[in-house]
Design a protein around this ligand. Structure first.
Ligand code: ZN
Length: 185
């Protein structure tokens, strides 16, 4: 089932999230999140974006395979349940990020290039992994969602001022998307 996506201004995007228990409702939610993410042409989706205050996100970076900017890219499709980033390291690099919850806005964000993360996968198996490049980037973006953090929180005051009007329009529902959204008013 395709779920409506909560957009900027929705309190759920700033809410505290809880650890997920391993039951059928979690499996159903993951199934629906895949459907919702692919329907919106996203590369990642976190539970708060579908109005759930849970520590869970999914990513599929296979669309970067044909991107000349990432010639050594290894596609990653994975479910991250109750994740904990243990360490971030390496050089900070800039990438033009977007977010399904903040339509029509893209901004350059600096993040470290390597992460070490512990999480449970879709079979609730504990994994401890290291990711680099665009895989690490997408994980960092989605992980931030679990802490109520959005990529626009990481840009300069000046850049934020430049997109303020657009952000206000999003909170008022004045925008177009090809996917279903949840109006919070
Ligand atoms: Zn996002």
């Amino acid at each position: 089932m395709i779920l409506p996506i909560s957009c900027f201004g929705s309190p759920i995007l700033r809410a505290k999230t809880k650890n997920v228990s391993f039951d059928q409702s979690t499996k159903d939610l993951i199934h629906n999140m895949w459907e919702t993410m692919y329907n919106a042409n996203g590369v990642g989706l976190a539970a708060p974006q579908v109005n759930k205050d849970l520590r869970l996100f999914i990513i599929d970076t296979s669309s970067f395979q044909d991107d000349n900017d990432f010639p050594n890219h290894i596609p990653l499709k994975e479910v991250f349940i109750n994740p904990i980033i243990k360490k971030e390291e390496g050089e900070r690099w800039e990438f033009n990020e977007g977010c399904l919850s903040i339509p029509d806005i893209r901004e350059y964000v600096k993040r470290k290039s390597v992460i070490h993360i512990d999480f449970y996968d879709e079979n609730f198996k504990l994994k401890s992994k290291k990711y680099t490049g665009i895989n690490a980037r997408v994980i960092q973006h989605e992980y931030d969602h679990l802490n109520g953090v959005l990529f626009i929180d990481k840009i300069s005051v000046l850049k934020k001022r430049m997109i303020n009007r657009k952000l206000k329009d999003i909170t008022k529902g004045k925008f177009n998307t090809s996917y279903k959204i949840r109006l919070f008013k």
